[in-house]
Design a protein around this ligand. Sequence first.
Ligand code: AKB
Length: 315
Amino acid sequence: MGRILVIGAGGQLGTVLTNRLKEIYGEHQVIASDLRPIKAFTGLFELIDATDSGRIEEVVKQYEVEEVYHLAAILSANGEKNPLGTWEINMKTLFNVLEVSRLNGVKKVFYPSSIAVFGSEVEQQNTPQASFLNPSTVYGISKAAGENWAQYYFQKYGLDVRSLRYPGVIGYQSLPGGGTTDYAVDIYHKAVEEVSFSCFLEKDTTLPMIYMDDAIRATVELMQAPIESIKTRTSYNLAGMSFSPEEIAAAIKKIYPNFRITYEPDFRQQIAASWPQSIDDSRARDDWGWRPEYDLNTMTEDMIKNLKAKYSTSN
Ligand code: AKB
């Protein structure tokens, strides 16, 4: 198998996915890349600004890359601070990856999409795969457009682009940056530090979420599935669990009974309110056998166990 390039390897998902790919395919098969040097990575690393297609091409050629995971993007909340800049970065980096891939023998591309592609037109419970997409954020608009470009490159050029609509991803290994679901990671850090948590969403705002282990396994399973089983070429709905801030706080209180949460909703409340509450991922289940393993309680136990270990070694 040829080499794998991860663009945006220093991000929340990239940090964990890069290490998992190294475990599966070998340390020297995976090239991590990011805008800035990342101390945590051993092994192959290249600085790549994905808005520079020449730089992506250089690295793809140098290592004879056959698979690219394009994880660099500006997320929902940060995106609203600079809508045109976000569109420019999210789309330019995608086009660069797609074009460099099709012109340089890359066989497979992974492109993350998001529940942010959905808007007020969808059924909020069990949102179907084939819903009308009217996203409310520039991030969501860029992902909805990107999914269609992914399908276009597959249909027009035969480039095997595969994609998942991630819910909010929660993990202890890395921190999210600039999303609306970030609160669900931060809350665990506050619980383990034994300080109270101020939540930027209302207590009853239910959102679809997924534990990092499940998100990584879904990504690997999608990318390893035989080509005939990938029947959705825009992006697959993916579900793990759904909960509100009040429910995650209740799960934490089973372990930390004195844990305190307060609610101070800000502009992210409006974004969250425009998203589904739960997702129908039956196409992913039927086409390539997707099954999540974690629910709110098992995730909470694992998060707290691992964060406690992390904090105790860093003190
Ligand atoms: C965000 O909140 O922007 C992301 C996402 C759901 O895509 N975590």
